[in-house]
Design a protein around this ligand. Structure first.
Ligand SMILES: [Zn+2]
Length: 144
């Protein structure tokens, strides 16, 4: 299902706002995510790094964990905003894509063909792909 333009822009706006809260003192790669729940709620996340590198978490799974812990289980889309902190103009940066672990984490809760991943460089410049396109032939809950 197509996400309404107004909702998509709000998701992107919240992803950029969440990016401002990223804790990325090691990579300096700041990421914000905004996850759209089926009921219209938007849950945000940012990357939270750790001196013990493996303990850090991506923005996408931060948002997902927050949402599930608040009782949300069904999601329609996620918007991402990401770039190195030194980036001068995010509109010139590559479109941010979720890492493999986040693709799999999202897969647990969504219909991969319907779920939209909105990769934003600005409020008006984004690339949209389905989770199926980003994680084809995925392993999911129905396999168990
Ligand atoms: Zn990730």
């Amino acid at each position: 299902m197509e996400i309404p333009e107004k909702t998509r822009q709000e998701l992107i706006r919240q992803a950029f706002a969440a990016r401002e809260r990223a804790y990325a003192p090691y990579s300096h790669y700041k990421v914000g995510a905004a996850l759209l729940c089926q009921d219209g709620t938007i849950v945000t996340g940012c990357n939270v790094e750790c001196a013990a590198f493996g303990v850090g978490q991506c923005a996408e799974r931060c948002a997902l964990t927050k949402a599930v812990s608040e009782g949300e289980r069904t999601f329609s889309a996620i918007a991402l905003a990401a770039a190195l902190d030194s980036a001068v103009d995010l509109a010139e940066e590559p479109y941010p894509t979720p890492c493999g672990a986040c693709r799999q984490g999202l897969r647990e809760f969504v219909d991969p063909e319907a779920f939209q991943v909105i990769m934003a460089r600005s409020l008006t410049d984004c690339r949209i792909m389905s989770l199926e396109e980003l994680l084809p032939a995925s392993f999911g809950p129905s396999a168990l």
